[in-house]
Design a protein around this ligand. Structure first.
Ligand code: NAP
Length: 291
């Protein structure tokens, strides 16, 4: 039987409705999100336009600080520090990857943990692993929300994550391991050093692909009845069209024949990632108000 399609756009729309209510309960406070962008990469501009639209739809004030491609480390950290001290902003995101001459870890460390709504400051990362209150990186947080809100809670299930990046695979493992409702999973993390990947993925109740290569997850790697979450975003040539098209890491049509449920690309994890960034920004503003 073909799989249930997990509709990320619908989940994101529900989350945005909840945020509108939370913002309205804040009275005269308007949550604010600042984005720091270096250079003029078109993919980054498009990602930021999506975030700006999301902010506008729920009532979050947003502004982008644009810095030139050859910005120095100290000028970048100065710009971040200005935003740390700017009371209009409750959240700060830094568009990655940074140009090669810049030190990403130092730049991420410069973001105040109180405003680190992408959860990239090492303090946020450490707190996540310790199970302390912090901001979860949006994509990893989105995968958890997508599972829970679509009725596929990871609690007590075996979740196999393919990919161990600092922004997706590792934080997702940390989130799902927590002894908390909506988490409390048994987690396995795979990567290029994993032997017999298909043998491991076939043991998953929930399989998350965060690899960044099209069609790595094929039908023979998936057991009947698995829930499949495809985080991958890959541009491939479309033989039927004149423009490249977006696909995930999963061979969607074949895997959908075996999976119990699956996310499409586009329309799966992407919209929920943005919704979780907005959620973190609203949470940051609420925390400040409750102090
Ligand atoms: P990344 O930093 O390149 O990490 C990719 C991970 O996949 C690495 O850990 C790598 O292993 C592993 N990997 C690569 N090939 C593999 C293979 N054949 N078998 C098993 N593991 C393999 O990527 P990322 O930043 O995590 O992003 C992953 C994908 O998610 C990309 O397509 C990205 O565009 C997408 N993404 C989507 C969203 C969203 O909102 N939907 C957000 C962020 C990222 P090693 O560590 O051994 O190299």
């Amino acid at each position: 039987m073909p799989a249930e399609i997990i509709d990320g756009r619908a989940v994101a729309a529900t989350i945005r409705q909840e945020l509108i209510a939370r913002i309205s309960a804040m009275g005269s406070t308007t949550p604010g999100l600042a984005a720091v962008v270096i250079g003029d990469d078109p993919a980054a501009q498009s990602y930021l336009r999506g975030i700006a639209r999301g902010c506008e739809s729920v009532g979050i004030f947003t502004e982008t600080v644009r810095l030139p491609e050859d910005v120095t480390q100290s000028r970048l950290e100065e710009a971040i520090n200005d935003l740390n001290n700017d009371q209009r902003f409750h959240g700060i995101i830094l568009q990655l990857p940074l140009p090669k001459h810049l030190d990403t870890l130092r730049a991420e460390s410069a973001i105040s943990p109180d405003k680190d709504v992408d959860g990239t400051n090492p303090i946020s990362t450490g707190k996540l692993l310790l199970g302390e209150d912090t901001f979860f990186p949006s994509t990893a947080y989105g995968v958890k929300e997508l599972l829970v809100r679509s009725g596929h809670s990871p609690e007590g299930r075996h979740v196999v994550i393919c990919g161990r990046s600092n922004i997706v695979g590792k934080p997702l493992a940390g989130i799902l391991l927590q002894k908390q409702p909506g988490a409390n999973a048994t987690v396995t993390v795979c990567h290029t050093g994993t032997r017999n990947l298909a043998e491991v993925t076939r043991t998953a109740d929930i399989l998350v692909a965060a690899i960044g290569r099209p069609k790595v997850i094929t039908a023979d790697m998936v057991r009947e009845g698995t829930v499949v979450i495809d985080v991958g975003v890959n541009l491939v040539e479309d033989p039927k069209g004149d423009k490249p098209r977006l696909v995930g890491d999963v061979d969607f049509d074949a895997v959908a024949e075996k999976a119990a449920a699956i996310t499409p690309v586009p329309g799966g994890t992407g919209p929920v990632t943005t919704a979780m960034l907005l959620t973190n920004t609203v949470t940051a503003a609420e925390r400040l108000l409750s102090r």
